[in-house]
Design a binder for this molecule. Structure first.
Ligand code: SF4
Length: 270
């Protein structure tokens, strides 16, 4: 029997996944989140929308992203939160994300105030994954806070936590850690070996490559070393149980992790 038409674009993908009983989150930079698109995602049954904003004001946003889009994104998010309120919808869960950078951590308290102001109930502090040899913008060792947090930066975190508690905004860090813990090294000889992503979930690129996580493409160049299968050639079961996944998992538990994983827990938090 032919499957019913689900339409086009991201809402169609969301509808397809929801019809199969999946929890569907979506990450966005919010630049295209105009009311019609927001309504489409809402109608499709999206469970969670995570907006990467990375700054509490336009100048810092431009420093991080290189574009003058801050006001536009804030307007879009505010309108989407209003739409949800008008519809009386609890879903999608809406959150704002800020990547922890030396240049922008001071923005965190205002970032939480901004979330409250635009009607977003959750804020998450995201890890910075960076290249040592070939930095891209602020994705560079000197912008990293992991293991290098100064007293005043720890103070920004404490202030942010207090403001979040006062305003009723949920606040945590990537990996569902406490914000400060996410910026300290995990104890242990092989920090990458605590990662459970290759045993618990699969990631696919738009071209069907199976990869272990969303971090690997940022931790090294090229996809060859961490492509674990191809969904256009094999079933998910074959990929999951295939040699690519098996050897990746073995290496992750060894003293010589896959090169994509070698920085996890050492140069950035997991
Ligand atoms: S790159 Fe990091 S997060 Fe991704 S699978 Fe390896 S250890 Fe886990």
């Amino acid at each position: 029997m032919r499957e019913p038409e689900v339409g086009k674009g991201v809402p169609a993908v969301v509808r397809h996944l929801k019809a199969r009983g999946n929890y569907v989150p979506f990450n966005t930079n919010g630049t295209l989140l105009r009311p019609k698109k927001g309504r489409g995602l809402n109608d499709a049954g999206l469970d969670e929308m995570r907006v990467s904003l990375d700054a509490a004001e336009a100048k810092a946003f431009k420093l991080v992203r290189g574009r003058d889009w801050f006001d536009r994104i804030v307007r879009n998010v505010r309108e989407f939160a209003e739409l949800k309120a008008q519809l009386g919808a609890t879903n999608p869960r809406l959150s704002l994300w800020l990547t922890g950078l030396r240049e922008t951590l001071a923005q965190l308290p205002d970032f939480i105030r901004l979330a409250k102001d635009v009607g977003v109930p959750e804020v998450h502090l995201q890890r910075l994954v960076h290249f040592d040899d070939a930095p891209i913008g602020l994705a560079r060792p000197e912008s990293s806070l992991f293991e290098k947090m100064r007293a005043e930066e720890a103070e920004y975190l404490k202030t942010a936590e207090a403001i979040a508690a006062e305003l009723g905004v949920f606040f945590d860090a990537s990996g569902a850690a406490e914000p400060e813990a996410s910026l300290k090294r995990t104890e242990g000889y092989k920090p990458w070996s605590v990662c459970r992503r290759p045993w618990t979930l699969m990631y696919f690129t738009a071209h069907g490559r199976a990869i272990p996580c969303c971090i690997a493409p940022f931790s090294m160049r090229g996809y060859g070393a961490f492509t674990l299968g191809n969904a256009s050639q094999e079933s998910l079961r074959e990929i999951w149980n295939g040699p690519g996944y098996q050897s990746f998992r073995e290496a992750l538990l060894s003293d010589k992790p896959p090169s994509a994983c070698a920085g996890c827990g050492l140069r950035w938090s997991l």
